[in-house]
Ligand binder design. Structure first.
Ligand code: NAD
Ligand code: DAU
Length: 356
């Protein structure tokens, strides 16, 4: 038996592949375009492992995907492949349209053709799990109840709009063609192998390098944080027992303002790797111009997943963030290797115009 994972060299996809193969003999075909966010170094522990078949390619390459499906006959697909960074979608939306919308569409078309050719038993057992985000639901006001699966879609950034479009396509392939799909909408992840363009790893990396810690606007925007391995366990649970055509929200009930997150990261670094001058890392916090169209608050109601499939996160924010900071301290080489020329260009572009 085999599954096909797309985007499995990125942050969540790679954690998923590593966790899957840590306690499972079922092979993984890993299709990844290796954009700036894809990193094979994350998967180096799988070198020589016959259960991991890495394929460098694009989900939008219909011929390649059709060939892979025929060759490996996967019983399931988990679609992580996407452009994932909101700030990049503001500077240049096109890649988001290309991968998240057109790419997902082409992938669905190839999967539909493959699935249609399976025998009845295999068709019944087949699953296409689409990994999506809470950002498709838009922004919550203070005191509003958390997003449930039936919350209206109100995407506000080119990123979230492109993910919303992909969710709708996935839904339509179930409704129209009967493709056995599952969709998960998760809140903000954090943990090992997180690319340092995103809030938590950027703060750790900048703090250690003695650089400013850029907080957008007033820093009171709220995100709902989930340790990445808990997201991976939720996806596995949905893949195993989710009802086709259903949507499952995934979250850790960990709503926190950004400033609190940054201060917590600083305090952990003060404890685990104090600054040479003995001063607190929080001194490096700098308020910069806000993100255009910045969503104020996300919060996920994950009760459906808990009630119907018995899933619960294993980590609290406190245990997860401590593990995360420790991981970055222990894996400086990984960080240095992802800080390539294109990463430096991005930092220059995103933060240069943001006045403090
Ligand atoms: P990421 O940017 O770290 O990784 C994306 C991966 O997809 C990279 O390895 C990249 O090379 C690959 N990729 C990009 N375009 C591709 C294409 N056309 N064909 C094949 N591969 C391609 O993203 P992530 O944070 O790991 O997110 C994975 C998925 O989870 C995304 O769909 C994202 O929308 C969703 N999600 C992320 C979060 C989060 O907090 N990071 C939360 C909820 C949902
Ligand atoms: O909610 C799920 C989403 O979480 C995923 O779908 C996205 O793929 C993922 O990137 C993430 O989106 P966010 O925009 O919430 O994540 P980011 O880490 O970019 O920012 C988190 C918050 O921190 C957000 O309010 C913006 C703020 N921020 C971010 C950066 C990079 C700062 O204040 N300073 C920064 O330098």
């Amino acid at each position: 038996m085999t599954i096909l994972v797309t985007g499995g060299a990125g942050f969540i996809g790679a954690n998923f592949v590593l966790d899957w193969l840590a306690d499972n003999d079922e092979a993984v075909v890993n299709l990844d375009k290796l954009t700036y966010a894809g990193n094979l170094q994350t998967l180096c522990s799988l070198q020589g492992d016959q259960r991991h078949i890495f394929v460098h390619g694009d989900i939008g390459d219909s011929e390649l995907v059709a060939h892979l499906l025929q060759e490996h006959q996967p019983r399931a697909i988990v679609n992580f492949a996407a452009e994932s960074h909101v700030d990049r979608s503001i500077h240049g939306p096109e890649d988001f349209i290309e991968t998240n919308i057109v790419g997902t569409f082409r992938l669905l078309e190839a999967v539909r053709a493959y699935w249609g050719g399976l025998d009845e038993q295999a068709r019944q057992a087949f699953r296409f799990l689409h990994v999506s985000t809470d950002e498709v639901y838009g922004s919550l006001a203070a005191g509003e109840p958390a997003f449930t699966e039936t919350h209206q879609y109100q995407p506000n950034s080119p990123y979230s709009a492109s993910k919303a479009a992909s969710d709708h396509l996935v839904r339509s392939y179930h409704h129209t063609y009967g493709l056995p799909v599952l969709t998960t909408n998760c809140s903000n992840n954090y943990g090992p192998y997180h690319f340092p363009e995103k809030l938590i790893p950027l703060m750790i990396v900048n703090a250690l390098a003695g650089k400013p810690l850029p907080v957008y606007g007033d820093g009171q925007q709220i995100r709902d944080w989930l340790y990445v391995k808990d997201h991976c366990s939720a996806i596995r649970r949905v893949l195993e027992a989710g009802k086709t055509g259903e949507v499952y929200n995934v979250g850790g009930w960990n709503e926190k303002p950004n400033l609190e997150i940054v201060n917590r990261v600083c305090a952990l670094l003060d404890e685990l790797r104090p600054r040479a001058d003995g001063k607190p890392y929080a001194e490096q916090i700098t308020y910069v111009t806000d993100r255009p169209g910045h969503d104020r608050r996300y919060a996920i109601d994950a009760r459906k997943l808990e009630r119907e499939l018995g899933w619960k996160p294993a980590e609290t924010f406190e245990t997860g963030i401590r593990k995360t900071v420790a991981w970055y301290l222990d894996n400086q080489e990984w960080v240095q290797n992802v800080q390539s020329g294109s990463y430096r260009d991005w930092v220059e572009k995103n933060y240069a115009g943001r006045s403090a």
